[in-house]
Design a protein around this ligand. Structure first.
Ligand SMILES: Cc1ncc(COP(=O)(O)O)c(C=O)c1O
Length: 424
């Protein structure tokens, strides 16, 4: 379908009333379901995707500027990944981590070749990757400190940031710096302290004889695309070194090209001791990973940790095809250029709409902060064929596929322009 036809399709869409009411969790008119109600879902079901576009059950077309919350970094159904999955599905999908999995070994090689790490543990999600990191911090620290003076043993605490998001398992929701994620799940896991993000001095003040590590996102994603000062990560690295702590970076949302570098921490010039990854690693199949230096990774031995599905031949084949594209420097340079383009277009929009307070971003991880609640704007955008998400009440989040075109970015900005003009 040509661009013109697509635009037409995108603009004829479902009623915004349906969508905005659903976004607040009211499901008027929706059929009852056997699912647990852990999500306030929009009443739209997508049945097909290609590149930046999705189609719903009625054939309506949408521009996907959320990309499965940063998962579909190569767009929907990227042909080389689809081909790799198809081929591998017909040969071998799953064996067990009781045996060697050569494809998994190849993915690990590609990952360690792209960063500071020497070893990789594979799992199935971001929360699991962070669970692995938390366990590794405890195991490494206990083994390192064994035999030391009593005053230097018993370290297990991890300092994390307010408004952070690290997952929804018991340990990762405890690590998360948002009360709404924890409420009702007490007692929480011991060993986590929260300090304000982007304040290295607060981290230093929070260190006790029990502190083992610092865990942060290089840019806070669920917290509203919060980009710290350039000196923040270097300061955390220095603090960690000074106090004998591990630095753990959660790159679940920022990693794999999202910010225009393979890893977001490359912008800061420092490296962590442990890093977690998931989301787009297998372009839509569930895969997560915890990466670490040789010294730290050595603390894990057979039986320390595991995952039945982690790094199966099927997801590993998908990851190899994904990394072929995501690790290409030319591809990453384009992501940066496209990110600059979208930020500039959104800043131009800001001049026309008082409702836009700020536009910020790095690569294709972009936020438009409004002076008023973003929820309703989000619903109307969806009704006009544009998928975004909203964070902390007033922030619209843009996480388009990294393969997005300039024409698609123009189209998304035009939709948002129309929504702000007509509805608010
Ligand atoms: C930074 C970060 N860490 C961890 C997670 C949890 O990942 P998952 O939902 O795959 O468990 C997310 C999810 O959005 C995330 O953004």
């Amino acid at each position: 379908m040509g661009q013109e036809g697509r635009t037409g399709m995108v603009n004829q869409a479902v009623s915004s009333e349906d969508l905005t009411s659903a976004s607040t969790g009211e499901k008027g008119g929706l059929p009852s379901s056997a699912l647990m109600s852990t999500y306030a879902r929009f009443p739209v079901a997508f049945v097909r995707g290609e590149g930046t576009r999705l189609w719903d059950e009625t054939g309506r077309e949408y521009l996907d500027f959320l990309a499965g919350i940063g998962v579909n970094n190569l767009g929907h159904c990227p042909p080389t990944v689809v081909a790799a999955i198809r081929a591998q599905a017909g040969v071998l999908m799953h064996t067990s981590n009781l045996y060697r999995i050569p494809l998994q070994e190849q993915v690990a090689q590609r990952l360690v070749g792209s960063c500071f790490a020497d070893r990789v543990f594979f799992c199935n999600s971001g929360a699991e990757a962070n669970e692995a990191a938390i366990k590794l911090v405890r195991k490494y620290t206990q083994e390192r400190d064994r035999g030391r003076e009593r005053a230097q043993t018993g370290r297990f605490e991890i300092i994390t940031a307010g408004n952070s998001f690290h997952g929804r398992t018991m340990a990762t929701l405890t690590a998360t710096g948002q009360d709404k994620v924890k409420r009702g799940f007490e007692p929480l896991v011991p060993g986590f302290r929260h300090v304000p993000y982007n304040q290295p001095e607060a981290v230093e003040k929070a260190i006790t004889p029990a502190t083992a590590a610092i865990l942060v996102e290089p840019i806070q994603g669920e917290g509203g695309i919060v980009i710290p000062d350039a000196g923040y990560l270097p300061a955390l690295r220095a603090i960690a070194d000074r106090h004998g702590l591990l630095l753990v970076l959660d790159e679940v949302q920022t990693g794999l090209g999202r910010t225009g570098r393979v890893w977001c921490h490359e912008w800061s010039g420092i490296t962590p001791d442990i890093m977690t990854v998931a989301k787009s690693l297998a372009a839509g199949l569930p895969m997560g990973a915890c990466l670490a230096t040789e010294e730290v990774a050595r603390a894990f031995s057979p039986g320390s940790h595991g995952s039945t599905f982690g790094g199966s031949p099927l997801v590993s084949a998908a990851a190899l095809a994904t990394l072929d594209i995501l690790l290409d420097p030319d591809f990453l340079a384009e992501v940066s250029a496209k990110g600059d383009y979208l930020v500039e277009r959104l800043r131009t929009l800001q001049l026309r709409h008082d409702m836009i307070k700020t536009v910020r971003g790095r690569g294709l991880m972009i936020a438009v902060e409004l002076n008023s609640p973003a929820e309703e704007v989000l619903g109307v955008c969806l009704s006009r064929g544009l998928l975004l998400s909203c964070q902390l009440g007033s922030t619209l989040r843009f996480l388009p596929p990294l393969t997005v075109t300039r024409a698609e970015m123009d189209q998304a900005v035009a939709i948002l322009d129309g929504v702000l003009m007509d509805s608010f």
